[in-house]
Design a protein around this ligand. Structure first.
Ligand SMILES: Nc1nc2c(ncn2[C@@H]2O[C@H](COP(=O)(O)OP(=O)(O)O)[C@@H](O)[C@H]2O)c(=O)[nH]1
Ligand SMILES: [Mg+2]
Length: 680
């Protein structure tokens, strides 16, 4: 008997939202062609560099991270976006903390679709157990011993269960990675889906969910020709959990990609419950945040309710200093997956009437002439989401990548053109003096040394300034908060639980960070320009190239990651039981104020330290690397040129060489016109 055919999925629908991404890829093609020409004209070293630039440009993999409430439909939405409705299990046990990245590639992988799963490191678990995670840390600081005991006991039980489930493999698996030359839903389930028995004591699960409790991340490599370039969609477990472990996971995931989609459920779109979420995204620029309000199929009257929800989200974002201009889209992963599945499972009655209601409001006469499938796909909001993402990629990290490649390509081209100039000079004028080749490498080394030293010393000033501002903001916040506490105590006594909003601190720290970010980029830009000027002078001096026509592009300053960690929950954000109890247990205003200052300091110090350590070092290291790469590329071209300029007139075969040179120069000019378009 023949095997039943796999259920059909209409992946062609995906193309609808990816036009801007295709546009971006054709721009990449144009730059790639120009580099191809440059490679053909230049000598071996130049050709090698051009190939390397092509390779690096092709390696860009835009990544978008889905964050949001548990059950908002993140996973269902990811499935729709990759065109595989049942790929990742929806409705997984909220205890899982796996971050799943789906890497799509327009070309099939040689080894076919494949997957790898990574487990937590042993020390990540121990840290969680010893200190009870972030929540335990908070409870510990507040002296909420009872809570701390509870949290630790829960974590112990969780670990015990995993240990029993996995037997003596448990320790061995920590920190390991499992790779497979295929994947399907069954395999994924084993790694990301906890069995339902996890929280109860019935040990019924067999293979399902066998590893899920210790899986940290899953990477799936999928061939999808509808995506015109390598593209990664990352699913996170959701922000709100008992141990605040996932908050850290989410923060890390956001930091690793330039764009995030905040998925909200239409029933409960951005209420005060989501303050943790709002805090996380308020540290991102609006253009890097897209809000997708999912599950509109469950609204009674989407046409009327959607505008209200939009308005309320805008208001909430504004009130809480969130990214007020972030794009807000509406849709239903349920409709999207329904239509990708070619409508095999009929829509429920309520969902169908919501669809008609939404169609009437959304589909105008000129959008209404597609097929019914296309119309439902449009109404699901997924193509609009893909389109917004595509545009952001093309306008953001894509544009940056193109510009970076175009600049390096242009410099390569200018080097080659300078070489051709030398050749033609030597062919016509025997008086051009050959260069002292030996002096060049030392000159370039000197320029690099000076540039790196300048970078470090200028950076020091920027950093010192930043630290001062941070510390000042931190101190003044602590003083104000404590003063407010005392005022409150004097006025109302200590019976009312007093709350103090940490937004002020975040705003202050964020603005210090923005100043740092601007100054750091400005410094890099200056040093890069200065270095470029010196290298250019070397060309002029060494090869007699005409001053006016010879240009070198300075590399772009490094990208500075937004300070997402500022959004992490701190004691002041919590209004849980232990805060009240902490409050009631204190006696005497003096001790209260002192204790309070101490707990807040203990909570905010790590944030300030984190901003200092991680961001500052990353920016400086990136800048040093960019500078190093720039000089290395220039060194290769210059040394190569100096070798050519040592050839004799006879080697150049007189007039013949001049004519060939003119052809080359014309071809290079055509490439220059292409590359110029992409330089920012
Ligand atoms: N009606 C409806 N249900 C949805 C939609 N998206 C997801 N769900 C359901 O909501 C539940 C949670 O979805 P899931 O994708 O796991 O949410 P996550 O926790 O954010 O990843 C599942 O039962 C889904 O089938 C939607 O657009 N409409
Ligand atoms: Mg999920």
């Amino acid at each position: 008997m023949a095997e039943p055919a796999a259920p059909r999925v209409d992946t062609a629908l995906l193309r609808t939202g990816l036009t801007a991404l295709r546009g971006f890829v054709s721009e990449m093609d144009a730059v790639e062609d120009a580099l191809e020409t440059v490679a053909g004209i230049g000598d071996r070293a130049a050709a090698k560099q051009a190939k390397k630039l092509q390779r690096l440009m092709r390696k860009v993999e835009p990544t978008v991270t889905m964050i949001g409430q548990v059950k908002a439909g993140k996973t269902s939405l990811v499935n729709a976006m990759v065109g595989w409705p049942d790929l990742l299990p929806a409705d997984v046990n909220p205890w899982t903390s796996v971050v799943t990245s789906i890497h799509m590639s327009p070309k099939p992988h040689l080894e076919g679709n494949h997957a790898s799963f990574r487990f937590f490191e042993d020390d990540e678990w121990s840290r969680l157990l010893e200190r009870g995670g972030r929540i335990g840390e908070l409870a510990g600081r507040a002296g909420a011993d009872e809570e701390l005991r509870k949290v630790t006991a829960q974590l112990e039980a969780m670990r015990e269960k995993s240990r029993r489930r996995l037997g003596n493999k448990f320790e061995m698996l920590m920190g390991q990675e499992h790779s497979y030359g295929y994947f399907d839903s069954e395999l994924i389930n084993r790694y990301v889906c906890l069995g339902d028995d996890f929280e109860t004591d019935t040990e019924t699960s067999s293979s399902q969910g066998r590893f899920a409790d210790i899986t940290k991340s899953a990477d799936l490599y999928l061939h999808r020709e509808e995506y015109p370039l390598e593209f990664c969609i990352r699913d996170t477990p959701g922000v709100n959990d008992t141990f605040m472990m996932r908050e850290q996971i989410t923060i890390r995931a956001i930091r690793e990609s330039r764009m995030c989609v905040v998925v909200l459920s239409a029933h409960q779109a951005l209420s005060t419950v989501d303050m943790a979420l709002i805090r996380l995204i308020s540290n991102l620029p609006s253009r890097e945040v897209i809000i997708f309000v999912n599950r509109i199929d469950e609204l009674g009257d989407p046409a009327a309710q959607v505008p209200e929800i939009r308005e309320s989200i805008r208001r909430t974002l504004k009130e809480h200093q969130g990214p007020a201009d972030a794009e807000i889209l509406f849709g239903s992963a349920y409709w999207a997956n329904h239509i990708l599945n070619c409508g095999r499972d009929p829509l429920t009655g309520a969902s169908q009437s919501a669809l008609f209601n939404w169609a009437e409001s959304e589909l105008s006469d000129d959008t209404g002439d597609g097929s019914p499938e296309e119309m439902i796909w449009t109404l699901s909001g997924v193509p609009a989401l893909l389109d917004t993402i595509s545009q952001r990629v093309a306008g953001g990290m894509g544009r940056d990548a193109l510009s970076k490649t175009a600049k390096a390509g242009m410099n390569l081209l200018n080097g080659i053109a300078a070489g051709e100039h030398i050749v033609s000079m030597r062919a016509t004028d025997a008086h051009v003096k050959p260069l002292d080749r030996k002096a060049l490498p030392a000159e370039i080394d000197r320029i690099e040394r000076e540039a790196q030293a300048m970078l470090v010393s200028e950076f020091e000033g920027v950093v010192e300034n930043f630290y001062k501002r941070l510390d000042r903001s931190h101190k003044s916040f602590l003083e104000r908060a404590t003063a407010s506490l005392i005022r409150n105590l004097e006025r109302y006594g200590d019976t009312d639980v007093w709350q103090y909003d940490a937004t002020g601190l975040r705003v202050l720290l964020r603005s210090s960070f923005q100043v740092f970010s601007r100054n750091a980029q400005g410094t890099c830009k200056n040093v890069f320009l200065d270095t470029t000027g010196k290298v250019r002078e070397l060309y002029l001096r060494a090869f007699n190239v005409p001053d006016a026509s010879f240009r070198l592009e300075a590399p772009s300053a490094p990208y500075v990651q937004p300070p997402v960690m500022l959004g992490q929950t701190i004691a002041l954000d919590m209004s849980s039981n232990w805060w009240g109890r902490w409050w009631r247990r204190r006696r005497g205003y003096g001790s209260m104020a002192a204790d309070f200052a101490q707990i807040i300091r203990a909570e905010t110090d790590p944030i300030v330290e984190g901003l200092k350590a991680e961001h500052v070092n990353t920016v400086l290291e990136d800048a040093q690397r960019i500078l190093g790469e720039f000089v290395a590329a220039q060194r290769e071209v210059l040394v190569e040129l100096s070798e050519r300029s040592g050839t004799t007139v006879d080697d150049l075969q007189g007039v013949g060489a001049t004519r060939a040179t003119q052809d080359k120069v014309a071809a290079l000019e055509a490439c220059r016109a292409v590359l110029e378009r992409y330089i920012q």
